[in-house]
Design a protein around this ligand. Sequence first.
Ligand code: IMP
Ligand code: MG
Length: 180
Amino acid sequence: MTDPTLGVLLSSQQIQSRIREMGEEISRDYPQGNLHFICILKGACFFLTDLARAMKRDVFVDFMGISTYGKGKTTSGEVKVTKDLDISLQGADVLIIEDIVDSGVTLNYLMHLLEQRRPKSLRIATLLDKPERRQRPVEVTYVGFQIPDKFVVGYGLDFDEKYRNLDDICVLEEAGGDGV
Ligand code: IMP
Ligand code: MG
């Protein structure tokens, strides 16, 4: 890593090995029926593709675009659906796939929205969780890693759309923006 503002928090190897464990656990928890993975764009798409391949059973994959963050590091508190699902959730087991739960605003909103579509079950799998930052209650069933209150980038996570394609998850320090 040449950029001096990035420090590795979770290596690619740690991430991949934890995702394999999560895939096995989720596969065991859903032995049958239609299981839909709903990927929250854009950050969760790296996690989705690795988790789906770690599964020991078929999964449907669909995408939802949600925006809460403007530019920078703080949430506006406003949630907007920018892309809706293609496949009906009625009667299906549904797992929301998220990169990180921070304030909980996004997932709190999304749980209410998707419950109205009558899935058989609705749960959340997130790669990262920052429990210290929670403002809205969210029940998260599968958590890859709990992390401290630091702004992180890489493996799908961005700062102003940058750094998503890093293999590792890194802490972004003194990078300007609106400072959290
Ligand atoms: P929440 O609604 O505050 O829980 O925010 C969830 C969304 O904020 C995530 O899906 C990310 O897109 C973004 N986010 C929260 N924390 C970070 C971070 O540390 N790095 C990059 N994006 C973040
Ligand atoms: Mg996101």
